[in-house]
Design a protein around this ligand. Sequence first.
Ligand code: PMP
Length: 414
Amino acid sequence: RWDAWAARNRADFPFFSAPENAGVAYLDSAATALQPHVVIAKHVQVSSTFDGNVWRGMYAASARSTAAYQEAREKVAAFLGAEPREVVFTANTTHAVNLAARGWAAHRLRPGDVVLVAENEHHSNLVPWMQLAQDAGLRLRFIPLDSAGRIDMAAYRELLRDGAALVCVAHVSNILGIENPIASMAELAHRAGARILVDAAQSAPHVAIDVNELGADFLALSGHKTFGPTGIGVLWARRDVMAEMRPVATGGGTVSEVSFEGVYHRQTPYCFEAGTPPYEQAICLGEAVDYMQRLGMGAMRGHVRAMTRYALRALSFCEGATVLGDQSADDGSLGIVSFAVDGISNETLCALLARMQVANRAGAHCALPFVDALGVPGICRMSIGPYTTKEDIEAWAFAIQEAKRACAGMRERN
Ligand code: PMP
């Protein structure tokens, strides 16, 4: 039934009807998801009929932009179970994490304070903390994973006992696709007096998020992974936590009063949105949120789990292929399968797949320390969106077998 569901959704995505993409199995949604018609139509509408800069324009086009920008904030807030004034529009997840680091942690944390970061975090939720640790004398400690690729909760408890001020963790790992137990992690963090920042870049496309149920203090996501455009992301911070933040980038848009003597900043969240904001992208993100909700977050999750299982089964028939992390559990990966094939480098494998019209991604997936620790030079990753059908996955598994055969043939000739 999920196959038919995905096949119906495909009609919503012009990517598939573009002649350039004929026959492509698009299995790279974790990098960037496709945009549905409704989002693309919104781009056209905003660019053709709104197109006045937001805020103080008195004319109708500017008023329309401002109203739609604020409506997008309301939609994102409702999507997260939050209040609109807790939503800051940023460029992407990376900028959102940097805003939390520089706007909150830089002045709330003291030298010697500990920031806990999971071992397999994306560079975007790792490097900002490394940089800040260097600048502000913080100590960074890493939460280990168990052999199945899950957060080692005993080790996490131990680390918290030693004292921590902030925990930074992905909701869903971009390498293993595993969903971390954020609610339990947040409860433990709060009991230990720490705050928790959740990188929801990979969960927002398929997991119903309620920031209060999660118990998060900060949450970051990207529009381009949630069927919206690039150039837009979100930093959500609970109201009382946002009140502790200070503007990082300042100038037009962030101030209510400026004289030669001084500055009054606008209220939150506007004091964190410097310059002309990406309001077109924000409005399109609002449309993408509507689209996801129409499909239903329960269905998004059900489909992605079913297709991930199907992909794992297909891969188990591919000789020499291995999967990263323990994917046997019922609560296994959400839409991501990282894999390797004996005797073929990840780059060669992905290049061969690309030649066979299968879009995958190779490399360290922005988690170099984690991939290095696995002792592999890199990995291939396939990922799933609401338009992924069994046929895509069969094409992928077939292409892997063909690539393996081609490489074996090359070796024989040599
Ligand atoms: N965190 C995770 C878990 C991700 O998968 C990604 C995107 N690959 C990011 C952060 C960064 O997202 P962006 O490039 O949109 O800032």
